[in-house]
Design a protein around this ligand. Sequence first.
Ligand SMILES: O=C[C@H](O)COP(=O)(O)O
Length: 262
Amino acid sequence: MPRTPLMAGNWKMNLNHVEAVGFVQKLAWTLDDKKHDAAKSEVVVLVPFTDLRSVQTLIDGDRLKLAYGAQDLSAHDAGAYTGEISASMLAKLGCRYVAVGHSERREYHHEDDALVNTKAHLALAAGITPIVCVGEGKDVRESGEHVAHVVAQVRAGLAGFSAEQVAGLVIAYEPVWAIGTGLTATPEDAQEVCAAVRATVAELYAEDTADAVRVLYGGSVKSDNVAAIMAQPDVDGALVGGASLKVEEFSGIARFYDLPTL
Ligand SMILES: O=C[C@H](O)COP(=O)(O)O
């Protein structure tokens, strides 16, 4: 079964709930106007927690062809964890996806692989697909150890999952040095690591599990570089930060798989 590409916009800490409504309306209208084929790729917005209810009401109420999700979740089920948001709370809000282990969480909140794995399990148990983020920093890239670094993150991130569960997961490769910097990995860089991610899944599970899991690339993806990166055989979509905050730009990225050349 072919993998359905996924184009996810990670808004990070941008757009309040009022702005979110206007943005999602414009995005849906633009995709519709340009005849985006939702069967060819899924388009997802990962929004701040405070936007979820408004985005849910809009997307579900108007049956927009967009999915939505969150950018993080708690590593706990429920209880005395001030400020935390649980997987079941996100599921109740209709989230289909949640990012776990984004490099900004790893860096600013000291999240390690074990915590990322716990969060991924909690998300899946609640019926939400985790987008497990992995990627190397500049120093690791310069040392030439980037593939080994990412493979280790993937192994740790997938610990305890069955083959069937892994087949439904999303793994996002985001080289930290390319995030928000304008420095995009070359298509060959992206392919090298995304192929290594898939090979790791094959080694840990089986070829058919590796064929099913979706592997995204993220890091300064724009409408003018998306084509070359998405053309790589092991890249199944994009996790987009800055460019996901501009409707025209993100819809240009999101519509990549509509193009007849594929
Ligand atoms: O989650 C998205 C990534 O951090 C990429 O961000 P960027 O597209 O602004 O480089």
